[in-house]
Each structure stands twice: as structure tokens, then as C-alpha cells.
Design a protein. Structure first.
Length: 190
């Protein structure tokens, strides 16, 4: 692994476990066993490193979610598979995502509340990508109000993540899946 990637992965792990503002650059360098000069040759600031971390996590998470959805038939089964995937994540059965500490993107937005900040915008873009995955599956079902239904299903997903993190409810994804099934069953076909 090259040093840039090692910095990103180390920063991801620390930011995800402890929070962005709680982790200093020196802690990242110490854990990565990389010199400060090397860090600043790759990233001009901690925020630029954070941006790389968000891009890294986005790519991994979207790939994982897409793969899990594609293992099922298109449409309803694929959407419900997303909730099964979340259940695995909440219960630490997804090795390549790291132990569950909530959503890095939600957590980042709590630390970078300004919607115009680059970290906040990267988080918003990630959420739009997940929304688009759901919307594409809905299109295969030819349901009416695709945007509205995609909004509702992704809100269920987000609510399940927050419930699992804040309340420690490891069954949150299963509960959200039941609601998703009801939404999908009542959807009007065009």
C-alpha cells in the first residue's frame, strides 16, 4: 500500500471511531507511521485529507451496496436486499466496511454543519448516489411517483442507521425493511 493510501485508511479508521475534530494530525501520523512532511506532500491540510477519506468511504460503500443489491432480482428484491445489507453492517458482519460506528457521512455533517463546506457537500453527494441506486431499482418496477418513493425508502435507510447508532438498536434495519416492504407493496404501477 502506498503512503497516500495508508494515510487515507488510517485517517478513515480514526475519524470513524473517534470523530474528525477529536483526532489530530499527529495521531494519524503516529498510527500510520508516516512523517508529517509526507502527509503534507499528499494533502495540504487535515480537511483535504478528510475529503480524500470521504471519497474513499463513498467508493467502498456505494460499491458494497450496489453489489448486495445486484445479487437479487431487479426491483423490489434488490431494494429489500439493501436493508438486509444494512442489517449485516449494523451487526458487524461486513468486514470491508469496518465495525459499525454509524454513518461517516452523517457523523461528518454533524461536525461540518455549513452546507457550503466541501465535506458537507461530499456527504450530500454520497447520499444522492445511494438515493439514485434505489431510484434505478424503482424504475425497473415501473412504479408511479418514483422520486417520492425513492425519497421515502432512503429516509427509512437513514433512519435505520441513526436508530442503530444512537439507540444501539441492532434490529433497526429489519424493522425498516418491514416498512419498506409495505411501501413497495402499496406502490402504484404505471
Amino acid at each position: 500500500m502506498d503512503k497516500r493510501q495508508k494515510l487515507i485508511e488510517t485517517a478513515f479508521r480514526l475519524f470513524y471511531q473517534h470523530g474528525i475534530h477529536a483526532v489530530g494530525v499527529n495521531q494519524i501520523l503516529e498510527e500510520a507511521k508516516i512523517a508529517k512532511k509526507t502527509l503534507y506532500s499528499h494533502f495540504e491540510s487535515k480537511e483535504k485529507l478528510l475529503e480524500a477519506v470521504l471519497e474513499y468511504r463513498d467508493a467502498r460503500f456505494v460499491e458494497w451496496a450496489s453489489q448486495r443489491m445486484q445479487q437479487e432480482h431487479a426491483g423490489k428484491a434488490a431494494i429489500l436486499a439493501l436493508f438486509d445489507a444494512l442489517d449485516d453492517w449494523f451487526n458487524d458482519r461486513v468486514e470491508n466496511l469496518a465495525a459499525f460506528h454509524g454513518c461517516l457521512f452523517i457523523n461528518t455533517c454533524s461536525e461540518y454543519g455549513d452546507p457550503s463546506s466541501t465535506p458537507h457537500q461530499l456527504c450530500r453527494a454520497h447520499k444522492r448516489r445511494i438515493h439514485e441506486l434505489v431510484k434505478q431499482e424503482l424504475k425497473t418496477m415501473a412504479v408511479a411517483e418514483t422520486d417520492y418513493l425513492a425519497d421515502m425508502l432512503t429516509m427509512l435507510k437513514e433512519g435505520a442507521i441513526v436508530t442503530a447508532q444512537v439507540q444501539g438498536d441492532k434490529l433497526a434495519a429489519k424493522k425498516a425493511k418491514r416498512l419498506a416492504e409495505q411501501l413497495l407493496s402499496s406502490a402504484t404501477i404505471q
